[in-house]
Design a protein. Structure first.
Length: 231
């Protein structure tokens, strides 16, 4: 199982930085995110160390968008991987109906240029869909072509489900709650939870999950700063 959790978690490393960007943002923008501990689907993807994520995205008036993003990562279990960074490309379509229902659907390709040669099939792709109303969002991600170390397709057709709620107090303090489930074809499914508060670009989050291996199930606290640049 040395690569199983790593395979499932990679999809969550950056996809949250790419999807469901507010329509009020500039047609083109850059985002930088600095975190004390990069979390992906309830699990550390930076080996409990700091991480920097960058995102470049172009929005079109039609609702379509394309982008590229990257981050330094050290995916668990750390002793089995020399992956040091991730570079992804994505594209999709987003919008909102007259009655306030938001939607976002797209495709993302995950690339790990610094991965060990013996980690065959590390690069892979997913499709995703998100629907939201007011403070609630529901997301489904589906793996298309993921291989395990031995070249088998045991990790293909994994699915991820995420239900989240985000709100803001009268003082402008944001808060959020999320629960996600990784449905793995390699018998390593798990559930994770997150609670967070945010203010002025800073987010304080508590993550937990029910994984029992490699110490990945320990609760973790992270602090993240995010800045957007429109142009």
């Amino acid at each position: 199982m040395n690569n199983t959790y790593k395979k499932m978690i990679t999809a969550g490393v950056l996809i949250s930085s790419a999807v469901f960007t507010t329509q009020a943002m500039a047609q083109a923008y850059a985002t930088i995110e600095v975190s004390s501990n990069k979390m992906g689907r309830g699990v550390t993807v930076s080996d409990d160390g700091p991480s920097v994520t960058g995102n470049l995205r172009k929005n079109f008036a039609s609702g379509f968008y394309v982008g590229v993003l990257g981050a330094n990562v050290h995916l668990p279990p750390a002793e089995y991987t020399e992956q040091t960074y991730e570079v992804d490309v994505y594209g999709g379509y987003t919008g909102e109906t007259a009655n306030g229902i938001r939607y976002d659907m797209g495709y993302m390709y995950y690339a790990f240029p610094a991965a060990d040669d013996d980690l065959s099939g590390t690069d892979y792709s997913e499709v995703y869909g998100v629907i939201g109303y007011k403070g609630f969002d529901f997301e489904i991600d589906y793996t298309l072509d993921k291989k395990d170390n031995d070249g088998s397709d045991d990790n293909e057709h994994d699915a991820y489900y995420l239900l989240s709620y985000n709100g803001k107090t009268a003082r402008g303090i944001g808060y959020g709650f999320a629960a996600g489930y990784v449905d793995s074809q390699s018998n390593a499914s798990y559930t994770h939870y997150q609670a967070s508060i945010s203010k002025d670009g800073f987010k304080f989050a508590l993550d937990d999950n029910d994984i029992e291996d490699f110490g990945l199930g320990d609760p973790r606290v992270s602090v993240t700063w995010t800045k957007h640049f429109g142009f």
